[in-house]
Design a protein around this ligand. Structure first.
Ligand SMILES: N[C@@H](CCC(=O)N[C@@H](CS)C(=O)NCC(=O)O)C(=O)O
Length: 201
């Protein structure tokens, strides 16, 4: 297996984190996403027509894009994906929540800061909306985690891995997790797991 990845990509980090927790090794091929490498014709043709990482290249050469699908594939048969049907559905619920209700709001302000993007009046207005959506999603996580150690069942699953990356990185975009003590305690719980891989610096 090979992981097509980018060094500072939070979505790629999710996969590297799970690989570490599972004690699995995988060749990593890094791309410069800001330099447009993932939109080169060769990448679009043979790795991912969507021009994004992460992509897991399976032993038979099949390309599997989308962090949630990759986590699901890698976790099959491990404690990170429960066997019970209703719990598996809950895992998927949180992976979809992360993609639709959390990811963009938390990742874009970080992306702009990392890229030194000029904050025009229009972008400032957009940032306000992003923070509003992001804090709302963090509130959902805070409420769900009240009285729980992990998102689904009593042990860590790929729901936690999918949800971990961007809240862990969001301070780089200007977020303040001060009002989310339960989320912060959960972040520390994940960071204490054996095999934990630190986020991109
Ligand atoms: N839904 C996808 C999102 C992947 C994504 O947005 N990847 C970013 C890096 S974190 C990327 O490749 N950006 C380059 C681009 O869109 O040009 C996933 O969860 O894997």
């Amino acid at each position: 297996m090979r992981l097509h990845s980018a060094p500072r990509s939070g979505n790629s980090y999710k996969v590297r984190l799970l690989l570490g927790l599972l004690g699995s090794r995988c060749e990593v091929i890094d791309y410069d996403t800001r330099g447009g490498e993932t939109h080169a014709p060769g990448f679009l043709q043979s790795v991912n027509p969507d021009g994004k990482v992460p992509v897991l290249e399976l032993e038979d050469g099949t390309m599997l894009p989308e962090s949630g699908a990759i986590l699901y594939y890698l976790a099959e048969g491990t404690p990170y994906l429960p066997e019970e049907k209703a719990e598996r559905a809950q895992v998927l619920r949180w992976i979809f929540f992360e993609q639709y209700s959390l990811l963009l709001y938390l990742s874009r302000p970080r992306l702009w800061r990392m890229g030194g993007v000029e904050i025009t009046a229009q972008r400032r207005a957009e940032l306000e909306q992003l923070f509003e959506g992001g804090y709302r999603a963090l509130g959902v996580m805070e409420r769900h985690l009240g009285g729980r150690e992990f998102f689904v069942g009593g042990d860590p699953t790929i729901a936690d891995i999918a949800l971990y990356a961007y809240p862990r990185l969001c301070a780089e975009g200007g977020y303040d997790l001060g009002g989310f003590p339960t989320v912060r305690a959960w972040l520390e719980r994940i960071a204490a797991l054996p095999g934990y891989v630190p986020p991109p610096g």
